[in-house]
Design a binder for this molecule. Structure first.
Ligand code: 9MR
Length: 345
């Protein structure tokens, strides 16, 4: 049973003895128009897979550590900070001439139990927030050019601030404070508000815009909005107009976690075959063209190197194959479409 399971996992990952044997294909790199960057989310533990690492370095010019900078990883115990995994990704990226986005300083998920179990006073909560932001950003000062300071603070249905420990402990001002502490911690870093489902018109985008407008009005140092871009091949109503509304606030716009999921069968392969892959390529191109058409759009990041390592199948049963490379690191139509669209084609 255990052996069968291991063989199954090995087959999925293309390994037999734990040593990955996936070869990186020869791809031409993404070269986005203007001063934009094209990036990819990377996991520290997968950097031992040479094919994975080589492909990422060949195709992309920037990196986001996928989980390594989240609170549970950087401050697993109160006052004890650990940066080994994040350092590994950051050092690897820099040794390949890639820039690094930091993700994420304040979020309601992937927090350690010691934190969520606390019942701090408002004053104590503010001190915790400041200490964390200061220590984490301070450690990476000069190596991480841009940070998701607050992630997913807006709820989906009403567009109000989501109920999180920080909202309960500090009140709505926690968002302002996080950005102010971030500016203090690294005055040269670009500071980003990051969220999902806000790249199309609707209550979510309205809520995000309302939050950002308030931050700007209060002089809070926010430089950009990060649109995650976890989408399917369905239409995105009001996509272009929504991007323009963010830019009109004087903010940069970034696509920070793009993937395009399609229906898949039990083997993880798209049930729609080539037509599904073509639709997916079209959707990548739409997002990338939206970025290139907008002078304020400065970056486009894909959420993972290949389909074997994507978060999507677990979160959306029956969907997956969401990235530009398949689980054997083979290039899918999405990659060429993304390359052409980002180049301005
Ligand atoms: O891709 C990440 C996955 O490995 C983690 O298990 C998951 C935990 O919630 O977080 C995923 O990344 C999320 C990102 O940090 C914020 N936006 C949504 C992403 C997908 O869930």
């Amino acid at each position: 049973m255990v052996v069968a399971l291991l063989v199954g996992v090995a087959a999925l990952r293309g390994t037999l003895d734990g040593v990955p044997d996936r070869d990186a294909p020869a791809v031409s790199p993404l070269r986005p128009a203007g001063d934009r960057y094209a990036g990819v989310a990377i996991r520290a533990d997968l950097l031992d897979d040479e094919g994975y690492a080589e492909l990422a370095a060949r195709a992309y010019g920037a990196v986001t550590p996928e989980n390594e900078l989240k609170w549970e990883r950087t401050q697993p115990e109160r006052g004890r900070y650990t940066f080994d995994d994040a350092d590994r990704v950051v050092d690897w990226a820099r040794s390949h001439g890639m820039r690094v986005r930091g993700h994420a300083l304040v979020w309601h998920l992937q927090n350690p139990r010691w934190l969520t179990d606390l019942r701090p006073s408002r004053r104590r909560a503010i001190a915790l927030l400041r200490d964390h932001i200061r220590t984490v950003m301070g450690h990476f000062r000069g190596r991480i050019h841009e940070w998701d300071v607050v992630n997913e603070a807006v709820e989906d249905d009403r567009g109000a601030l989501r109920d999180t420990p920080w909202l309960r402990w500090i009140g709505p001002e926690y968002v302002d404070l996080a950005f102010r502490f971030a500016r203090e911690a690294d005055p040269r870093a670009r500071l980003v508000y990051n969220d999902y489902g806000a790249e199309q018109e609707g209550t979510k985008a309205d809520g995000v815009l309302r939050l950002l407008r308030g931050l700007k009005a209060r002089g809070v140092p926010v430089d950009a909005v990060g649109l995650q871009g976890h989408v399917s091949t369905e239409r995105l109503p009001g996509f272009t107009a929504t991007l323009e509304r963010y830019a009109a606030l004087g903010l940069d716009v970034l696509f920070t976690e793009v993937d395009v999921r399609v229906p898949v069968g039990g083997d993880g392969a798209p049930t729609g075959g080539e037509a599904a892959l073509a639709d997916q390529a079209g959707r990548y191109a739409t997002l990338a063209r939206g970025c290139v058409a907008l002078p304020a759009c400065k970056g486009f990041v894909v959420w993972g190197v290949d389909d074997a390592d994507s978060w999507v199948p677990e979160a959306y049963p029956g969907e997956g194959a969401a990235l530009p490379f398949d689980g054997d690191l083979r290039e899918k139509p999405a990659y060429g479409a993304l390359r052409d669209a980002l180049a301005g084609g």
